[in-house]
Design a protein. Sequence first.
Length: 275
Amino acid sequence: MSFQDTYDALLARWDVPVEQLELTDEFGTTHVNACGPADGQPVVLLPGHGATSPVWFALAPRLAERYRVYAIDLIVDAGRSTNSGRTPKTPADLHTWLTNTFDGLGISQAALCGHSYGAWIALTYTIAHPERVERLALLDPTDCYAGLRVPYILRALPGLLRPSRKRTMSFLRWETHGLPIDPQVLELAGLAAEQPSTPFVRTKRPTDDQLRELAPLVFVAGRSKSHNAAHLTRRVTTLSPAATVVQLDTATHHSLPSLHADEVWAVWAHELPTK
């Protein structure tokens, strides 16, 4: 199937009514998949690099039982958002884009959840605009509390320099230790690698002082190859003493969020109650 067909097939698995929204600002058009009660407390989901918003198919329906869920395609990545205007080049540009998206959705404040690169955007946005974030949830965050492991970077590099479906799918199989991967998630990620997109903004890790002010809910993938799980947990608990850290022992970096939605939801429902 094509990228768009695979995107729609995964979106159909949300098994709840999904409203597809298009918002226009100085950067172009941002695509948002929304579900849940229109008057529900807002939750904004940001996917990892190359994953696109349908990857939340297992978690979004659970959240939609209580919340109004907005899953966003990143403006600097594959998906249905189109960077047809000003090109985001700095973290501040991404923060402006996300503020514009919040404003376009009529959100004054939301629970913000991101995975991987999306977690870095969510965390740095919270630091820059704490008044817009009610609670922060991070799924195996990268370049937030710790850098990526060198073997992970080296293994990812060929797919970053010369993106292709084959390289991306091979990389994901390697990172997940050969464990089963949802075939549609794998296929969409492979096809996304060959879609035209704006280069993603390079990450810059927050300072220790900035991290001390945060109290995020952090899920650590116990079998992640992107970083050492024990080291990441120590960094979070040391630098953000008010954080809640949950280690998912069988999770890998790229099996989140699709294969561990039940575990994430069980903690989320307890830690992030509705008003």
